[in-house]
Design a protein around this ligand. Sequence first.
Ligand code: DQA
Length: 149
Amino acid sequence: LKILVLNGPNLNLLGTREPEIYGSETLQSIESDLRACAEALGGVEIEFFQSNAESDLITRIGETRGNFDGIIINPAALTHTSLGVADAIKAVADAVPSVEVHLSNTHAREEIRHKSLTAPGCIGQLMGFKGYGYVLALQALVKHLRSSR
Ligand code: DQA
């Protein structure tokens, strides 16, 4: 199985970015935990990508059909603002299911973060477990893919 892991704006700053909210793990350390999880699951390959640009993320999602089996995405602030990212997730959802991840529990934060435009196109959402959420999302997505094909 090939899984694309996408990270949106400012997630390149993890480690020093508001650690009381997001934890002190860097994106590189989340990536290596995820690679270890993929290895342990067996037969799972991951590609990891971060961008601060909405268009890069939309393009990467649109290119997944036929190339990836699933997507794990933390759209970051774009979660609450981007119809474009939401539409891209839905555009490939019939062939490439997505799981949404957030480090923080966005429901316990400012009201503007309570709504996700992107979650309705995803098979599920995980939040509040800091970097470990990505590992949980990978396990859940692989289980979903293996039981649905
Ligand atoms: C986030 C939550 C968003 O509200 C915020 O804009 C982020 C990170 C999270 O992982 O908790 O950048 O997606």
